[in-house]
Design a protein around this ligand. Structure first.
Ligand SMILES: Cc1cc2nc3c(=O)[nH]c(=O)nc-3n(C[C@H](O)[C@H](O)[C@H](O)COP(=O)(O)OP(=O)(O)OC[C@H]3O[C@@H](n4cnc5c(N)ncnc54)[C@H](O)[C@@H]3O)c2cc1C
Length: 429
């Protein structure tokens, strides 16, 4: 069979496996570029909403870049119509003493430093838009049985004169109920335990932090003042993320062996333990809601792409969540992938071609590594027992407080992401 032969037309341009926040954003962006998309999600998300619904266990602190992406995708209105809470400052301090650091939106002339939003709210707003888009077909509650990829090496893009000359076999997914479906590009957005990554034989570098994060919402005696509060202790950080009036979501990092202890505490003891972990910064914890715990593992896929396949979000990487960057990085992945695929599509180039997808990988992998490693650096620095590291970090805080340009640069990097920023992450794409 010659290289020019096309075996059959694909059923879709793009098949996205996994309709979490990152997968739904990817599907929407691809459809907005005029591509025919199939979105496969094994668990139907709940789109039912009422203001009286209790706060969900999982929340995300969204950066300005993520807000822009969600606005440009048309999902921000749906988020604001449900609930999203802006925070205007971050306050960081250490249980062992020393100078405290305060980062505020005012310092950089911004209205806020981001929004704290429940994950289910972000997903529901994106799903609403996916359901309305005529280019998107949704398949719910089906299981991925296998994946077949183009193995032919067509790395040299010079050989690709038109969209057909580079394709010898189309990638296919085999779903338990729907059967075999083909696409020009398959996107694995199926989370940290990605089946797509596994089926594509993509290796994983991982590191167990030996830590867990206990999360959930609590009501405190004092107001959070629209601020996210982070206290470093020898066990790990403790954070309050501002939600509603006197309601904050907590992220309490503990050694793994304390996970069951924290989950098994009754509400009164849990409230007391959280009050203590927070150094009583917001006074007593007076009410606690449902809680959950996650073990923390750094994962990084050895490749983000193969011919006909790309991984995005947690399927490609998971990081220590202390700076709340996971879904923010995932949304940047989605935006970068949408951009390189859209460019190829507009030039009638094959969107699943390795050279096209490698642009995405080169763009995002380095950035994700930098963020992963800086989170580890901070975690290591702050988890040390009293000693040289304590003196180092106690010296670092005042320097950061006084070096205004460095402080402003840090705030802006955290808000907008690192250059080059995908178009979707900019205002009014
Ligand atoms: C304690 C904690 C706190 C965090 N806080 C923050 C924060 O403040 N800010 C932030 O940016 N990030 C945060 N993160 C990280 C963030 O939650 C993740 O990065 C984010 O959820 C990843 O989104 P995703 O869409 O890539 O994956 P997921 O949210 O895991 O979604 C994957 C989707 O794929 C579906 N799926 C799985 N397998 C299949 C299959 N075979 N077929 C079809 N569908 C499938 C799943 O049902 C799911 O809907 C935190 C993480 C933790 C653990």
């Amino acid at each position: 069979m010659s290289e020019q032969t096309v075996i059959h037309q694909p059923d879709y341009d793009v098949i996205v496996i996994g309709g979490g926040m990152v997968g739904a954003a990817t599907a929407l962006g691809m459809a907005k570029a005029g591509l025919r998309v199939m979105l496969v999600e094994k668990l139907a998300p709940s789109l039912v909403w009422s203001e009286s619904m209790p706060y969900q266990v999982r929340v995300s602190a969204l950066t300005r870049a993520s807000e822009n992406i969600l606005r440009n995708l048309g999902a921000w209105e749906g988020i604001q119509a449900r609930r999203a809470h802006p925070f205007v400052a971050m306050h960081i301090w250490e249980s062992l003493g020393g100078e405290e650091t305060h980062l505020s939106a005012q310092e950089v002339g911004a209205p806020n430093l981001g929004f704290v939003v429940e994950n289910s709210v972000i997903q529901a707003a994106l799903w609403e838009k996916c359901q309305q888009h005529k280019q998107i077909e949704i398949i719910l509650e089906d299981n991925l049985v296998s994946l077949t990829l183009t193995e032919k090496n067509t790395e040299n893009s010079e050989n690709c004169q038109n969209s057909q000359s580079c394709i010898s076999v189309l990638p296919e997914v085999h779903l338990e109920k729907r059967g075999i479906l083909s696409a020009r590009l398959i996107v694995g957005a199926d989370g940290a335990f990605s089946q797509v990554r596994h089926m594509a034989n993509i290796g994983l570098d991982s590191h167990d932090y030996g830590q867990c994060a206990v999360v959930g919402c609590v009501k405190t005696e004092k107001s959070h003042e629209d601020t996210c509060w982070q206290r470093y202790t020898p066990d790990g950080p403790f954070a309050f993320l501002a939600m509603d009036q006197n309601v904050s979501s907590i992220a309490w990092y503990l050694p793994l062996e304390k996970m069951q202890w924290a989950l098994n505490l009754d509400d009164a003891d849990f409230a007391r333990a959280v009050t203590e972990a927070s150094g009583e910064r917001l006074g007593q914890v007076i009410e606690v809601a449902e809680r959950g715990a996650f073990t923390l593992v750094r994962r990084h896929a050895q490749q983000y792409v193969k011919p006909g396949l790309a991984l995005v979000g947690d399927a490609a990487h998971t990081i220590h969540p202390q700076a709340g960057q996971g879904v923010n990085l995932g949304l940047l992945d989605a935006s970068a992938l949408i951009e390189v695929v859209t460019q190829a599509h507009e030039k009638s180039k094959p969107i699943g071609h390795y050279a096209v997808l490698r642009k995405y990988e080169r763009w995002r992998k380095g950035d994700n590594v930098v963020v992963q490693r800086s989170m580890e650096f901070f975690d290591g620095l702050f988890r040390q027992q009293p000693g040289v590291q304590t003196q180092l970090r106690q010296a670092a805080m005042p320097i950061l407080n006084r070096l205004k340009p460095m402080k402003h640069w840090l705030i802006e990097e955290a808000l907008y992401g690192r250059e080059p920023i995908p178009k979707y992450a900019k205002v009014n794409h």
